[in-house]
Design a protein around this ligand. Structure first.
Ligand code: AMP
Length: 380
């Protein structure tokens, strides 16, 4: 059975690695001839809107899924006329536009921060008046890893932003003084079976995910239930099939949904070693209508992203139960090149393992302080 995947980056790479033991084959479509999956699978190099290439790509495929949420919705719809496409193109449509996404959350009774549509630059001043400062201005489309965002604290920031704004629709959000950022990875199969991984605590620098701790430390069962309730509403309302990630701000004990990704997610990479069934395997089970695997954690995990540069493998692998994943991409500043997952039996043991990582990881951008605190007693 051959599964087609739109997008050939590291998420597709890890999907294929999870699919080979299940007897699956893969065909990828990506505009870049350098897409990492080329090392391990059949790759078609073409633009997503090249209909002739899509037609050829779809021939003989069992189904199509995607690892990249900015696949044009029309391409997904074109393919859906030829072969089953999961998650449904409607999920892409909802997730590609921050305003649609927030309105969907609102319609489903899922709390978000307050927001106002800013269709053009002249609408910014009234929007700021309505929400107040501080606020975060974001492009509705194509923003990721903190790109296309302006933090507005003062009226000077607003004036400066106005001089830089692209002529595209924007959304202004009230700034959330969150205590932490959490995400839930949920999965729904073609048969309607639903499962959730434990909430993950995420730490970003410069808008890019640096560290995930799973399960999130000091996780309150009520918070987990609230996240699952929100994810279930989204999954069921979209008749969703596959893995879905929702990112939340935790603020005064409440969860506010920030955004969702209709695909496997960086904050779920820990599941490869840290859960009984990885997010990648469960996505493939879901889209084929197979029974889902257990989402239970096998311990306490920390996932660290390798951004822009890669340290010596030997130094990482010298740490017990450290697992290295390199995506085969050439180094470039700000680029996700790989990740490391550490797993341990308790948060204290995990902190000890993290403290043993080479000096490379003890720079502030890795946010290790967030994870090292519980180990104070063990290390003293
Ligand atoms: P996003 O692209 O929406 O995930 O935003 C990137 C990062 O910016 C988030 O992970 C937060 O750390 C921060 N951020 C985004 N929106 C807000 C907000 N409304 N209030 C406070 N921080 C935000």
């Amino acid at each position: 059975m051959t599964i087609g995947i739109l997008g050939g980056g590291q998420l597709g790479y890890m999907l294929a690695l999870a699919g080979y033991p299940l007897g699956l084959r893969f065909r990828f479509l990506d505009p870049s001839p350098e897409a990492p999956v080329g090392r391990i699978a059949q790759r078609v190099t073409a633009d997503f809107d090249d209909l002739a290439a899509l037609e050829k790509f779809a021939a003989g495929l069992e189904l199509v899924t995607y690892e990249f949420e900015n696949v044009p919705v029309d391409a997904a719809k074109f393919l859906a006329e030829r072969v089953p496409v999961y998650p449904p193109p409607a999920a892409l449509e909802a997730a590609q536009d921050r305003l649609n996404e927030k309105r969907l959350f609102q319609k489903l009774g899922i709390a978000t921060t307050e927001f106002v549509s800013v269709p053009k630059t002249s609408a910014l001043d009234p929007a700021v008046k309505e929400l107040g400062l501080p606020a975060v201005l974001k492009t509705c489309r194509l923003g990721y890893d903190g790109k296309g965002q302006w933090l507005l604290r003062t009226s000077e920031d607003v004036t400066k932003a106005k001089s830089e704004l692209p002529a595209v629709p924007l959304i202004l959000e009230r700034f959330v003084p969150f205590t932490r950022e959490l995400s839930v990875i949920a999965v729904r199969s073609r048969a309607g079976e639903i499962a959730f991984y434990p909430l993950v605590e995420n730490h970003h620098r410069g808008g890019i995910l640096r560290l995930s701790l799973a399960p999130a430390p000091r996780l309150d069962p009520g918070t987990q239930r609230a996240a699952e309730h929100a994810a279930r509403r989204v999954l069921e309302s979209l008749d969703y099939v596959g893995v879905l990630a929702i990112e939340f701000f935790e603020c005064q004990g409440r969860l506010l949904a920030n955004e969702m990704a209709p695909r496997v997610h960086n904050s779920g990479h820990w599941t490869i070693e840290g859960a009984i069934t990885s997010q990648f395997e469960n996505h493939l089970r879901a889209v084929q209508g197979l029974p889902l695997g257990s989402t239970g954690p096998t311990g306490h995990s920390a996932m660290l992203n390798l951004i822009g540069e890669i340290p010596e493998s030997a130094e990482i692998l010298a740490v017990p139960d450290a697992h290295l994943h390199l995506y085969g991409k050439s180094p470039r500043p700000g680029r996700k090149l790989g990740h490391v997952t550490l797993r341990a039996a308790s948060p204290e043991r995990l902190a000890l393992r993290l403290s043993e990582l080479p000096a490379f990881f003890h720079r502030p951008e890795f946010c290790l302080d967030a994870a090292l605190a519980p180990s104070a007693s063990l290390r003293s």
